[in-house]
Design a protein around this ligand. Structure first.
Ligand SMILES: [Zn+2]
Ligand SMILES: [Zn+2]
Length: 210
């Protein structure tokens, strides 16, 4: 597996290009504003076939450039949890006026708890992790020891739960669930640097009460 990351947009969101080098099949994970083009350039130059745009949740900073992906790869499925699809159909920010317009669209399919996703020969398990957002999911690749964590868990922090449709109790349960993953699991979050489950379990002050 090869992971390319690019960070951008008004709140420095991470977008990922996940590549199965054996087959050249790739997936985008989230599509933050103004981050997607360089990742698409890599894909085009390396002849990767992007078959999926996987959205960890529906917040505008994670899906602003969805159409940039599908303009280049029209056959790519755009997948999100059913409970967060309304944010893809009607992308808005509740907290700030956005200096750009995000196109509306429906999902081509849904991400559900326990679902197995294939990116070439890579297999990811979808874990439903509501709390920060009602339809938040994370993507876990056991063979690679990788967790794409969206806004559930960050290095030294967690996703905020003071938003209108956040739920702190769900968040606590979701965090407790992913803390059962192996210590060495690499965590790639929607914001900030990479970390590991073990490092966060030991040092993240937001996890102490769990
Ligand atoms: Zn978010
Ligand atoms: Zn975010």
């Amino acid at each position: 597996m090869k992971i390319h990351v690019n960070t951008g947009g008004p709140v420095a969101t991470n977008g990922y290009l996940i590549v199965d080098e054996a087959t050249g099949v790739a997936a985008m994970v989230d599509a933050p504003h103004s981050t997607v083009a360089p990742l698409l350039n890599i894909a085009v130059h390396q002849h990767y076939q992007i078959t999926q745009l996987l959205l960890t949740h529906g917040h505008w900073d994670h899906l602003a450039d969805h159409q940039v992906v599908t303009d280049s790869y029209p056959q790519a499925d755009v997948l999100i949890h059913r409970l967060d699809e309304p944010k893809l159909i009607r992308p808005i920010s509740l907290l700030m006026a956005l200096p750009f317009v995000i196109p509306s669209r429906k999902a081509t399919g849904y991400l559900e708890d326990g679902q197995r996703l294939h990116v070439g020969q890579l297999e990811f398990e979808v874990l439903f992790t509501p709390g920060h957002s009602p339809g938040h999911v994370v993507l876990y690749c056991p063979a690679e020891g990788l967790l794409l964590a969206g806004d559930l868990l960050f290095a030294g922090s967690i996703g905020r739960t003071d938003l209108p449709d956040s739920n702190p109790r769900d968040m606590a349960a979701s965090l407790a669930r992913i803390l059962k993953l192996p210590d060495e699991t690499e965590v790639r979050s929607g914001h900030g640097p990479p970390t590991t489950i073990g490092a966060e379990r030991r040092t993240n002050p937001w996890l102490e009460h769990l």
